[in-house]
Design a protein around this ligand. Structure first.
Ligand SMILES: [Ca+2]
Ligand SMILES: [Ca+2]
Length: 321
């Protein structure tokens, strides 16, 4: 049984290695004039400036033509900062219904906020201001436990819907054949699967699945935290600490974990597709991998993969693709 379940990879209550205020708000002097008239407030969203999202926003703030399937614990579709970017109906893979509202677990709602919260009234700001987030519910229980078979069903369903980005912020399925097969199925239909690397400190001896983009977590000074996994399976890293996002009950929360890091990369993938919807799965993966800053030992390494997401490089990469 243990092999067939996984838990969402947000973690609560751990400390990061350095103070929180060091980089808060840094980099906001970048000129993103397209947003001067908006109500978006980035004061609580350091991760957006860290990954260069405001620079990319000069080009695009996302598109309603781009769908991101979030296979998770459901999404609160009437949250004021999510409502406009949620695409219903989704699909519930546990009970076969189209009910994808949360049932005692906020994980999916937090993931959705990172990808596409609207930032109204000082609330959480997502990477895309325009996007269609499709809820795929793979857990109906408060613990957030999910079956790998339901995860795989969700991924395949997304592929059949023509969805190009699937976010699975669970790490337990990274070495499950059924998830691998679903990831390959998605890839062959032109989509990418983005998963979290996990929050258990230490090495995980997992091979690197070519059909899964496994995302690890870094903090505000680009360090690994004490709750992060590493190994040959890690493809890249993204901010994952003190991430301000949407919460159930129309609320907001600061959350942490590689779940959030995976959502950051999924959100970036959606931004990229908003300007280049023609990209194949391999091309989108390549653009993501090249849109990074190398960390740790030079070149790819098991702690940071190819590096930390940096969208400030992406426009040039797309122009020369
Ligand atoms: Ca991989
Ligand atoms: Ca490196």
């Amino acid at each position: 049984m243990q092999k067939n379940i996984s838990f969402p990879r947000c973690v609560r209550g751990f400390s990061i290695l350095m103070g929180l205020s060091l980089y808060a708000g840094a980099g906001l002097t970048a000129d993103f004039s397209a947003f001067e008239s908006s109500q978006v407030n980035l004061d609580k969203s350091w991760f957006l400036t860290r990954i260069g999202a405001p620079l990319f926003w000069q080009k695009s703030t996302g598109s309603k033509e781009v769908k991101v399937l979030v296979c998770d614990t459901g999404i609160e579709s009437n949250h004021p900062d999510l409502k406009a970017n949620i695409s219903l109906p989704g699909q519930n893979f546990v009970d076969g219904s189209t009910n994808t509202e949360p049932t005692g677990n906020a994980h999916g709602t937090r993931i959705a906020g990172v990808i596409g919260a609207l930032g109204l009234n000082g609330g959480a700001v997502g990477i895309n201001l325009n996007v269609k987030i499709v809820p795929g519910k793979i857990s109906n229980v408060a613990s957030g436990m999910a079956m790998h078979t339901d995860t795989a069903k969700c991924i395949k369903w997304g592929a059949d819907q023509g969805i190009k980005i699937v976010n699975v912020s669970f790490s337990g399925g990274l070495d499950e054949p059924v998830v691998h097969d679903a990831a390959k199925y998605l890839h062959d239909k032109g989509g990418v699967l983005i998963m979290s690397a996990g929050n258990v400190w230490g090495p995980r001896d997992l091979p690197n699945d070519p059909y899964i983009i496994a995302v690890g977590m870094v903090n505000q000074i680009d360090w690994k935290t004490q709750f992060d996994s590493f190994g040959p399976f890690v493809d890249m890293v993204a901010p994952g600490t003190t991430i301000y996002t949407t919460d159930v009950g129309g609320k907001y929360i600061e959350d942490k974990g590689s779940s959030l890091s995976a959502a950051v990369v999924s959100g970036a993938a959606a931004l990229i597709l908003s300007v280049r919807p023609d990209l194949s799965a391999d091309e989108l993966t390549e653009v993501l991998f090249r849109s990074t800053v190398d960390l740790g030992t030079p070149g790819r390494d098991d702690a940071f993969g190819v590096g930390r997401l940096d969208l400030s490089k992406t426009i040039d990469i797309l122009n020369n693709l």
